[in-house]
Design a protein around this ligand. Structure first.
Ligand code: ADP
Ligand code: MG
Length: 315
């Protein structure tokens, strides 16, 4: 089989949870297996693949369980919640890939890597936490926990109080060399779950976990840069990126350059918190030596790689 190169594929929330009625572990496995089916198609086509993934809802579930059980069991810090979800999702994805390879008679093996992503202790995000996590609280509880545990809490649009944590920019991925080595040895790798577990380096160079969240699109883009991937793909809920998304004058984009992407970004075409970080992540990859980034949905991965659909972004 002709080896086409290394592809980092960042799978989004829709590859894990279809909707609010399908959140059980079995539902998550089935949703994941559907995306792994399409990724196995890419692998059969000759691509070496690293699968990265989001974990927002799953971290929320682990945290909630921890909160509800705090009268009986220790609470779980946010970095460990991230590690828990990387393990569980890594397990589901590698098992789904194993079963795909078996069905297709492919001689391939998948492995999941618990991944730590280094952020800068002086990242301005630490002074301005913005990402809401965990359950809603009443004002009294929120203020108590702020006092006792140093949480930053905010009132969330009349719905109650919530903890907010920083979302710093990833600067290094500790396991990137291991992931590259595994890819070179022929493994399919699942890693950088949730953008990676956020850690900082102390003055003596040691790693320590922090209470923060990392954007999975940024973490995945950094991995793609660090392992010199040939293509960075964001697999999400839309086949292509649009201008004037969801408006009567909407147009789907087949291709754009970094300069065009920046101009569209400035015109406000990409929604904050959904498409914007994806475009920014693609730009970062392309500005750091990457040649090609693609945004499409799981069912079109193989076709998009052949240039038949998706939105291609080039330097
Ligand atoms: P993921 O879970 O994969 O990270 P997100 O929901 O965060 O997915 O982001 C993908 C979503 O971004 C799409 O499903 C779409 O609703 C939305 N979106 C916002 N702006 C655009 C745009 N300009 N073109 C296409 N989709 C857009
Ligand atoms: Mg997202």
């Amino acid at each position: 089989m002709e080896r086409k190169g290394v592809a980092v594929v960042a799978v989004g929330g829709n590859s894990l949870i279809k909707d609010a009625q399908h959140q059980t572990v079995k539902d998550q496995y089935e949703a994941g297996a559907e995306s792994m089916h399409h990724i196995a198609g890419m692998i059969a086509d000759g691509w070496d693949v690293v699968v990265t993934h989001g974990n927002g809802p799953q971290v929320g579930f682990v945290l909630r369980r921890s909160e509800l059980a705090r009268h009986e069991l220790h609470e779980v810090p946010l970095d460990v919640c991230g590690a828990d979800t990387q393990g569980a999702i890594g397990y589901m994805f590698t098992q789904a890939l194993y079963n795909e390879f078996l069905r297709r008679g492919m001689n391939k093996k998948a492995v999941a890597v618990v991944t730590q992503t280094v952020v800068d202790r002086n990242d301005p995000a630490f002074k301005n936490p913005t990402k809401p996590i965990g359950s809603f609280m009443d004002e009294k509880t929120a203020k108590e926990r702020a006092e006792k545990e140093g949480w930053v809490v905010v009132e969330d649009a009349g719905r109650g109080w919530r903890r907010v944590v920083p979302s710093p920019i990833p600067i290094d991925i500790v396991e990137a060399p291991a992931i590259r080595t595994l890819i070179d040895a022929g493994f399919v790798v699942v890693g950088v779950g949730g953008g990676g577990i956020p850690v900082v380096r102390t003055e003596t160079g040691e790693l320590v976990g922090v209470e923060a969240v990392i954007d999975k699109d940024f973490g995945s883009s950094l991995l793609a840069t660090m392992i010199k991937a040939d293509v960075f793909i964001i697999s999400t809920a839309v086949e292509k990126v649009a201008l004037n998304y969801n408006k009567p004058n909407q147009v789907w984009l087949d291709k754009m350059t970094v300069a065009e992407a920046k101009a569209y970004m400035a015109e406000g075409h990409f929604a904050k918190g959904s498409m914007l970080p994806k475009i920014q992540a693609c730009i970062r990859f392309l500005e750091n030596g990457g040649k090609k980034a693609i945004i499409t949905n799981p069912e079109n991965l193989t076709r998009a790689l052949r240039g038949e659909t998706g939105t291609l972004i080039v330097p």
